[in-house]
Write a protein that binds this ligand. Structure first.
Ligand code: B3K
Ligand code: ZN
Length: 877
């Protein structure tokens, strides 16, 4: 590691900024080699700061070259400032002044994709969290909010489109014949919401009339060849704007809202004020090139970034420890929007399944942190599933506790009270409390305690008294720096199901009801339900009312019963997953003991009933048919044995496939969509069930199925069906696998996003020489290490390739470590994310754990970026 170890910063050390910046005037002179940035910062001392004589300390970056600095037009000689360690320090300043700073940057050499950089022929920016300091010296922290005016100067022939936040207020020619455009954003904002784009772009124009009757111009910009793929994003945007008015009473504020698609982007998208910048994978969609899942992602990300205009921009974060304030809330908002647009149960199952797989794994590993972390070394490492997904669960629990109306009262008060401010998670909860007259002080422990709580539930039924008791114990396991935990306030939604699948009503708290939210707030509590007519099966944690692990010793019969009879759709899925998990665990044990696999499973009975019931939503049936994933089974395992999990999953699928071959064929055929492609709930549901049935049918070994899957590949008129068929052919290694993979590449080699799918599927393909094939992909002309999407495709594919990645000789891990070392300095954010699988080393079976650890130690010997250093050192601690 580097000599000087990067150090952590702490939430407890927060102090208000010493200076404020009322106005920020920026000029960018864009050029192919050197971009000159001139800033004029209208600074004054912060009256709330305790230190009224301190030096001005501005944040910068190693890539920013200072040309000159002046205070109120007086050019400072070198002895009047210090410029070292990425800081510009001016000891003596007036109390109020204009600081002019001229700097030079080289966006074309910016491989980190933070600050101003080039993506294909365009200039674009990414400033969250601390990217602005790579553009110019600034007080780069979210509680310094300023009014920005930005002038962009560029060569009109190369950059006919030049955009920044707010409204265009001036345009003209410079003396050298370049074009300049000036943008003014009337809303004050932190620097992380600044954006600039310049390029030769096409635009799709539209408009939206807000609820108060204001007309807003909507524009989506892409490179020329992609402009035919933004209609769905535009439609999603308009629906999001309407939804936020209807559900939250939030209206858009500027006269223009712009979105730009770029190919090289570290994350999904960014909510810059009035000028969102998107990874093209989260914006572009057409039936031929985009799967249903990707359509849903576009819709969700467009909504998410739009919703940030209130939850994030109008009310922002005081400091980065509060990140979940905007992210958890905004994820909750986009999840609700998608649920309202499609099916709420399906959406909930998908979100929970993701949370339980990936966030629970994160929370059980060395990077485990509360949704409001107490410290960090590099904030980029904290754009995590915990901040986003668990953060959304915490907001959802508040919603459950307060109800729809109470939550809306709370959000109204929050927006009203804090409009234009940079605030904390405590402020959010306080608004919820004040608007509803409730006390959420115990609930707030969710913000400071890490780890996934475990609920252990036992029950008893007293036939004579007709009472049913549930005893619930809670325990949150130790996590790094948090050995002991306090009891949380956990809302547990419960219903009771009778012997013939009827919803059993009961008396609780003196009221007759058939569903209740239990307030679990102690280490052990017993809840008594009265007037329960017969011995019930408890339907626990309905809708996944809290992000916890739940242990209740359900029998197979009870699970089958809930699977078909629980009035709560979410818990029908949950029961099916539990049943499949139990079955897989038995098979995993057999595999590990070298025993014969059982050839029977009660899952067949459950699936059979499911497939026969045509009244069910096909999307739900598809979800229930989906066996618990390799990743989810890994999360549940004491010691992860990837080969055992893989073998168990294949075997279980095989049993169901063979036993229900006829049923799968029928479901496959009866769920064909004959109308023209639309990404609507009904069609998506049918395609998902059809393709789930297809893969079981092929797994049965039927020749007819093999012919059908190849036929589907060749006849498909949309990417969902084409790619589902291709994946099936590749997964089951049918004779046509090579031919179709090649044909797919040839057909789509000009569509970058489709090529990424091809890269991923090829990397995930299990074959003898799996790792060699991954290495070859990285040499393929379509691969480009500078493009995060391509890298994620290949490395993500490798991660799914059990044989290649988890090879006992450690070659898969070594290859990953090589890539991390290669990217460590070049793109630290991406390098750090690639470390994730290795951070789980302690959970692996010993032979694999040792190899993973060895690779982490090898990485640790390098001169590491802060990003990689933090993850690697915490993993080895
Ligand atoms: N707020 C951005 C995340 C930017 C992350 C930068 N490292 C996207 C989003 O959550 O909407
Ligand atoms: Zn966000």
């Amino acid at each position: 590691m580097a000599e000087q170890k990067p150090s952590a910063i702490y939430l407890k050390d927060y102090t208000v900024p010493n200076f404020l910046i009322d106005k920020t005037e920026l000029t960018f002179d864009l050029d192919e080699t050197q971009t000159i940035v001139t800033s004029r910062l209208h600074l004054r001392r912060n009256p709330e700061s305790k230190v009224q004589t301190s030096a001005l300390v501005l944040d910068g970056g190693e890539d920013v070259k200072l040309i000159g600095v002046a205070i109120d037009e007086y050019a400072l000689p070198e002895q009047e400032y210090t410029n070292k360690d990425d800081k510009l320090i001016i000891t003596a300043t007036p109390n109020e002044f204009v600081l002019t700073c001229e700097t030079m940057i080289e966006p074309q050499n910016n491989t980190k994709l933070e600050g101003l950089y080039r993506s294909s022929s365009m200039f674009c920016t990414q400033c969250e969290a601390e990217g602005f300091r790579h553009i110019t010296y600034y007080l780069d922290r979210p509680d310094v909010m300023s009014i920005f005016t930005t002038t962009i100067i560029g060569d009109e022939s190369r950059y006919p489109v030049m955009l920044s936040n707010g409204n265009e207020i001036e345009r003209g020619k410079t003396e050298e014949g370049k074009t300049f455009v000036t943008w003014h954003d009337p809303f004050k904002k932190p620097a992380y919401l600044f954006a600039l784009v310049a390029g030769d772009l096409e635009v799709l124009n539209d408009n939206f009339t807000t609820m108060s009757g204001r007309d807003v111009k909507l524009q989506i910009f892409t490179e020329k060849h992609n402009i035919d793929k933004v209609d769905f994003a535009m439609d999603s945007l308009k629906r999001s704007m309407k939804w936020d008015e209807e559900v939250y009473g939030r209206e858009y504020d500027l006269d223009i809202f712009m979105i730009v698609a770029v190919d090289d982007f570290n994350m999904g998208a960014m909510e810059n004020k009035g000028l969102n910048i998107f990874n093209s994978s989260c914006l572009l969609a057409s039936p031929e090139t985009t799967t249903d899942d990707a359509y849903l992602r576009v819709e969700a990300v467009v909504a998410h970034e739009y919703f940030h205009n209130w939850s994030g921009n109008r009310v922002t974060c005081r400091d980065w420890f509060q990140l979940s304030l905007k992210e958890g809330f905004t994820v909750f908002r986009d999840q609700s929007f998608s649920a309202d647009t499609h099916s709420d149960v399906v959406k909930r199952v998908e979100d929970v399944s993701f949370l339980k797989t990936a966030q629970f794994a994160e929370d059980a590993g060395p990077m485990s942190h509360p949704i409001r972390p107490a410290s960090f070394i590099e904030i980029s490492n904290f754009y995590t599933l915990t901040i986003y997904e668990k953060g959304a669960e915490v907001v959802r629990m508040i919603h459950t506790l307060l109800g729809e109306e109470g939550f809306r009262k709370g959000s109204d008060l929050y927006f009203e009270r804090h409009d234009g401010q940079a605030v904390t998670c405590d402020d959010f909860v306080k608004a919820m409390e004040d608007a509803n007259g409730v006390d959420l002080s115990q609930f707030k422990r969710w913000y400071s305690q890490a780890g996934t709580p475990r609920l252990t539930v036992t029950d008893s039924y007293d036939e004579q008294a007709q009472t049913y008791s549930l005893t619930i114990q809670q325990m949150t396991p130790p996590t790094p720096n948090q050995p002991t935990k306090l009891a949380l306030h956990i809302p547990v939604k419960v219903g009771l199901v009778g012997q013939s699948n009827e919803a059993l009503s009961f008396t609780f708290d003196g009221q007759t009801q058939d569903e209740v939210v239990l307030h679990v707030n102690d280490v052990e509590q017993t809840f008594v339900f009265e007037n329960v007519m017969s011995k019930p099966v408890p339907s626990l944690l309905r809708g996944f009312s809290a992000p916890v692990k739940l242990d209740y010793d359900y029998s197979t019969e009870q699970l089958l019963q809930l699977m078909s009879g629980d009035p709560d759709g979410f818990n029908r899925w949950s029961a099916s997953q539990q049943l499949a998990v139990n079955e897989l665990n038995k098979l995993i044990e057999q595999y590990q003991n070298g025993a014969q696999f059982s050839e029977e499973t009660p899952l067949v009975e459950g699936f059979k009933a499911l497939l026969a019931d045509e009244s069910l939503d096909p999307a739900m049936v598809a979800l229930i048919l989906g066996l618990p994933s390799q990743a989810y089974m890994s999360e549940l395992a004491d010691k992860i044995d990837p080969q055992a999990i893989k073998a168990a999953r294949e075997h279980l699928r095989g049993i169901a496939a063979k036993a229900l071959e006829v049923e799968f064929k029928h479901v496959y055929e009866s769920n064909a969509v004959s109308e023209a492609y639309q990404a609507n709930a009904e069609q998506i549901a049918k395609r998902s069930l059809k393709n789930a049935a297809l893969s079981y049918w092929v797994a049965s070994g039927s020749d007819e199925a093999k012919a059908a899957v190849v036929r589907q590949y060749r006849n498909a008129d949309n990417m969902t069906d084409q790619f589902a068929a291709l994946s099936c052919v590749v997964h089951f290694n049918l004779a046509e696998a090579d031919e179709l993979l090649n044909a797919f590449f040839e057909q789509w080699k000009h569509e970058a996003l489709v090529v990424n799918k091809w890269l991923m599927l090829s990397a995930a393909r299990e074959q003898e020489n799996g790792l060699e094939q991954v290495k070859a992909l990285m040499e393929h002309p379509s691969f480009d290490i500078k493009n995060p999407n391509k890298l994620r495709s290949v490395i993500g594919g490798l991660g799914q390739n059990v044989d290649a990645f988890h090879n006992l000789d450690g070659s898969g891990y070594a290859f990953l470590a090589d890539q991390i070392i290669l990217l460590n300095k070049r793109n630290p954010q991406i390098a750090s994310r690639l470390c994730t699988p290795l951070t789980r080393w302690q959970r692996m079976v010993p032979a694999l754990a040792e190899k993973m650890k060895g690779e982490l130690e090898r990485i640790a010997r390098e001169d590491l970026s802060k990003d990689v250093y933090e993850v690697v050192s915490k993993s080895l601690a």
